[in-house]
Design a binder for this molecule. Structure first.
Ligand code: NAD
Length: 360
């Protein structure tokens, strides 16, 4: 029996819809395993700008720091996507949250449920058995460096910066994970042209000497982009910088069938934040068709990483597996060629997971 306080931060768009399912799963786990979970909620993103004028209100930050873990949805609104001149933007809330909470490691497991082999646009024989754990650095790089315009606004610049300690701490997390897996680590950079990448490679090579059992490979990011699709099974743990990780993990989402299937954990010095890798998906917001499984699997990551509740996490993964085996699909993971698929909306998909969870 454990007592945990969880902050739910749904944010914008389908973030609201999928975290509602995530919370029900937390409730089901508390009941089944006799834990006590208490909840609070807070605003971030567009919804926070509308209510308070800022994308990350101070009260949200305080509640995050006080919680045992945060279940996060997504931020974003079409209004800002089409207005590059907007000074206050939803994603500023996300970046500030990462910086303020010291969330320097974004962990993204990329694993295909066997039942979804036919839902990916990649051939099943290439995909089967792929199991990758991504470590994306989250608080440095071009996203956080100096940025601006000069020459009357006709020239723009973004400075990429990394310090030795920032690279070392994420590298160590990745090496430790590799020790508990297949003992293979691929570090991705662009050391042939970028100075921050040269420091990245130097530091990873140094850290590697502390983990002699782990086989280390250094790859240029362009090669990784190609190899992820050509031969995803060659990867075990992948560690990379913020920008490269952002792009490669979205690409890798196709290995798992859909963005709607991929969960992530952001961890660091304080409270861990657990969220789907997808955004607020304006195109399907309010239609009740978003896939909630990435949020459900984010809950499993929270239980495992922040609370050390491995059996509880495995119960969730097992329930998702059973639901998929039974043929239930949201639209994004349905295969038009498979007539046995039973297409469900967000809430119904959540209810199927709850049914299997209570039956375990
Ligand atoms: P997106 O991830 O929101 O959507 C990309 C595509 O995937 C869309 O067609 C969408 O319908 C589909 N999709 C995403 N999640 C799904 C789910 N759970 N079920 C079914 N289909 C799903 O990315 P985008 O369209 O590039 O961006 C939309 C907004 O989200 C933008 O404002 C962007 O800034 C924001 N965004 C936020 C985050 C975040 O909060 N972490 C991440 C990425 C994008």
């Amino acid at each position: 029996m454990a007592n945990k306080h969880i902050l739910i931060v749904p944010g914008d768009g389908i973030g609201q819809e999928v975290t509602a399912v995530g919370k029900k799963v937390l409730d089901a786990i508390a009941k089944k395993f006799n834990h006590q979970f208490t909840y609070d909620s807070a605003l971030i993103g567009h919804i926070a700008i509308e209510a308070t004028g800022t994308p990350l209100p101070e009260i949200t930050l305080q509640k995050m720091k006080a919680a045992d873990a945060v279940l996060f949805g997504a931020v974003g609104h079409p209004k800002y996507d089409n207005d590059p001149t907007a000074k206050v933007r939803p994603e500023q809330g996300l970046l500030k949250m990462r910086k303020e909470l010291g969330l320097y490691a974004n962990i993204r497991p990329i694993k295909l449920f066997d039942e979804l082999l036919d839902a990916s646009s990649i051939k099943p024989e290439i995909l089967k058995g792929a199991d990758i754990l991504f470590f994306r650095e989250l608080t440095g790089d071009i996203y956080f460096g100096e940025k601006g315009r000069k020459n009357n606004g006709d020239t723009a610049y973004d400075v990429a910066e990394y310090s030795r300690y920032e690279i070392e701490r994420i590298a160590r997390k990745a090496f430790e994970a590799a020790c508990n897996r297949k003992k293979k680590l691929c570090s991705v950079d662009k050391a042939n042209v970028i100075e921050t990448s040269r420091l990245w490679r130097e530091v990873v090579q140094q850290v590697a000497t502390d983990y002699p059992d782990v086989a280390v490979e250094h790859q240029f990011v362009d090669a990784t982009a190609m190899l992820l699709i050509k031969d995803p099974k060659r990867f075990d743990v992948v560690v990379t910088a913020n920008l490269f990780g952002d792009i490669l993990t979205d690409e890798a989402s196709q290995i798992a069938g859909s963005m709607g299937m991929l969960a992530s954990a952001s961890i660091g010095d304080g409270t861990g934040v657990y969220e789907p890798i997808h955004g607020s998906a304006h195109d399907i917001t309010g239609k009740g068709i978003a896939n909630p499984l990435a949020s459900v699997l984010s809950v499993a990551l929270m239980l495992d990483i922040s609370f050390g509740m491995l059996s509880e996490a495995n119960a969730i993964i097992g329930a998702v597996d059973e639901v998929l085996k039974a043929g239930y699909r949201t639209r994004d993971i349905a295969n038009a060629a498979t007539v046995s698929n039973k297409i469900l909306g967000t809430e119904q998909m959540g209810n199927e997971v709850l049914k299997y969870l209570s039956a375990l």
